[in-house]
Design a protein around this ligand. Structure first.
Ligand code: DSN
Length: 413
């Protein structure tokens, strides 16, 4: 019996979501559209299996196939990123970071991380997160003028506070991150270096963003952003930290791994090693670059003046529009984004002065430079007519027409 017959309510909501994804464009920089193969693996019979432990050392019987699967995923992750060790069990990016902190820090230790409103992440030491509650995080940010990471400030703070760990990597930072410089700062104060590549993992995998592997002690990531896999996490590290990382993931932090998610991660790593994945990442970058230059040409101010990666951060202050207003108006017009604080934002976090736009999901659907230029013009039209329902309706119709030519790969009826 099909889901539609067994549970029509849930089935109907899934159909609604398929329609929403099909008829709108996601410009949320952290989203993507996983392939049908990833979705199939994630929905596989591995959903049923308990497998606490690691390959060859499980606490349950019947794990011979899980062992094959986890070994496959680990080997692929190591090959993809040229890493010495991989743990593919973290349920998500936050869990990957938590496990890394458990492996590298003691409760109350001093660490450093990037401020959330300068592009960092909750789990990089924000007070509202476990990371800011369990550890003494000193926060660094971007330079007020250049709006780029202020490496001098990081160095000064490191010399002053002697952290045991420096965390870098970002959720809303449009520029290349200098991992070599961070390593050298960490070495100056004998700190460990953790790089969170959640946003840029796909770019790193194909060499379109410098890899942190030669410089970082530990690398954490999600697998569903530019990497285009299932919603999940991974940790990479040097061999000498392997047992500490593995013990931190299980049994310190997690119980049974989500084996179906590991299956989908194995597929994702396989897909990321195919030649067309590099083409896709290149197209994602080109689309982001076109989006940035069009938005600027049409009058919007971008944080740091542009982008080197898959995202742009728009400062709406001069438009007299808040991030919240823009997010709501764009959604009505079929363009899905998220409001985001800009560096030194004067507005509260629930409102913000910015929106973050990214091209990974739209590029997966096949949108190219011409469509991105059209989208940039539509975005301007919406934010300059923020309360105009007729404009929203007209733009929504145009977005629907664009969408009709670019199906979502994982949605097969
Ligand atoms: N929520 C993710 C993002 O949107 O970047 C980070 O965890």
């Amino acid at each position: 019996m099909s889901l539609r017959n067994i549970d029509p309510d849930t089935s109907r909501i899934i159909e609604l979501e398929k329609k929403r994804q099909t008829e709108t464009i996601s410009l949320i920089a952290s989203e993507n559209h996983a392939s049908a193969a990833v979705l199939e693996a994630q929905g596989s019979v591995f959903t049923d299996k308990y497998a606490e432990g690691y390959p060859g050392q499980r606490y349950y019987g019947g794990c011979e196939d899980v062992d094959l699967l986890e070994d496959l995923a680990v080997e692929r992750a190591k090959e993809l990123f040229q890493a010495e060790h991989a743990n593919v069990q973290p349920h998500a990016g936050a869990q990957a970071n938590m496990a890394a902190y458990f492996a590298l820090l003691e409760h109350g230790d001093t660490a450093m991380g990037m401020k959330l409103d300068h592009g960092g992440h909750l789990t990089h030491g924000e007070k509202v997160s476990f990371s800011g509650r369990l550890y003494n995080f000193i926060k660094y940010g971007v330079d007020r003028e250049t709006e780029r990471i202020d490496y001098q400030e990081i160095e000064q703070l490191a010399l002053k506070h002697h952290p045991r760990l420096i965390v870098a990597g970002a959720s809303a930072y449009p520029r290349i991150i200098d991992f070599e410089r961070l390593r050298s700062i960490a070495d100056t104060v004998d700190a460990r270096l953790l790089i969170d590549i959640a946003h840029i993992a796909g770019l790193v995998a194909v060499g379109l963003h410098p890899s942190p592997v030669p410089y970082a002690d530990v690398i954490t990531s999600t697998t569903h952003k530019t990497l285009r896999g299932p919603r999940s996490g991974i940790i990479l590290c040097r061999k000498e930290l392997a047992s500490a990382i593995d013990a931190a993931v299980f049994p310190q932090m997690q119980g049974g791994p989500l084996v179906h998610a590991i299956a989908a991660k194995a597929v994702c790593f396989h897909e990321a090693m195919q030649p067309d994945f590099e083409d896709y990442q290149r197209a994602t970058l080109e689309n982001a670059s076109v989006l940035a230059s069009e938005l600027q040409r049409l009058g919007l101010r971008l944080i740091s003046g542009g982008t080197d990666n898959h995202l742009v951060l728009v400062d709406l202050t001069a438009m007299n529009v808040t991030g919240l207003q823009a997010e709501v108006a764009l959604e009505k017009a079929g363009i899905v984004t998220n409001r985001d604080p800009i560096p030194f934002d004067k507005r509260p976090r629930r409102v913000t002065s910015g929106i973050r736009l990214g091209t990974p999901a739209a590029t997966t659907r096949g949108l190219g430079k011409e469509e991105v230029k059209r989208l940039a013009a539509l975005i301007i039209r919406v934010v300059t007519n923020i309360d105009d329902v007729n404009v929203a309706r007209e733009v929504r119709e145009e977005v629907r027409q664009i969408c009709a030519s670019f199906p979502v790969p994982g949605i097969i009826d």
